[in-house]
Write a protein that binds this ligand. Structure first.
Ligand code: TYC
Length: 102
């Protein structure tokens, strides 16, 4: 059976929707107080980076002011931002972590 033109368009749009949920970049922001080693630990714990990857991103944030830690669907991005901020506050660091639509 062949699809009518409009059926094909609707099916295509549904497929696109399913395949591309909105994605969010998680950003770390620089500050003058959070220790470099703590930022590296955050990147290893919450973003599954190794020492080398974590050091590279931390230095990028330190020198440029902001850096991307990862890109995730909204639920996961929200959870990670909350976890990072909570972990920073428990350890009394002012580290900022935010998300923005990609
Ligand atoms: N600028 C901080 C320092 O010199 C290090 C730092 C890096 C802080 C990245 C926050 O997201 C950050 N200790």
């Amino acid at each position: 059976m062949t699809k009518s033109g409009s059926e094909a368009v609707i099916l295509t749009q549904e497929k696109i929707k399913q395949k591309s949920p909105p994605m969010y970049k998680i950003l770390l922001l620089n500050d003058d107080f959070t220790p470099m080693e703590f930022v590296i630990e955050v990147l290893k714990i919450f973003f599954s980076m190794n020492q080398e990857q974590a050091t590279r991103i931390m230095l990028k944030v330190h020198t440029e002011g902001v850096g991307v830690c990862g890109i995730y669907p909204s639920d996961i991005a929200n959870t990670k931002v909350s976890q990072v901020v909570k972990f920073a506050r428990i350890n009394q660091h002012p580290l900022r972590c935010v998300m923005e639509e990609n």
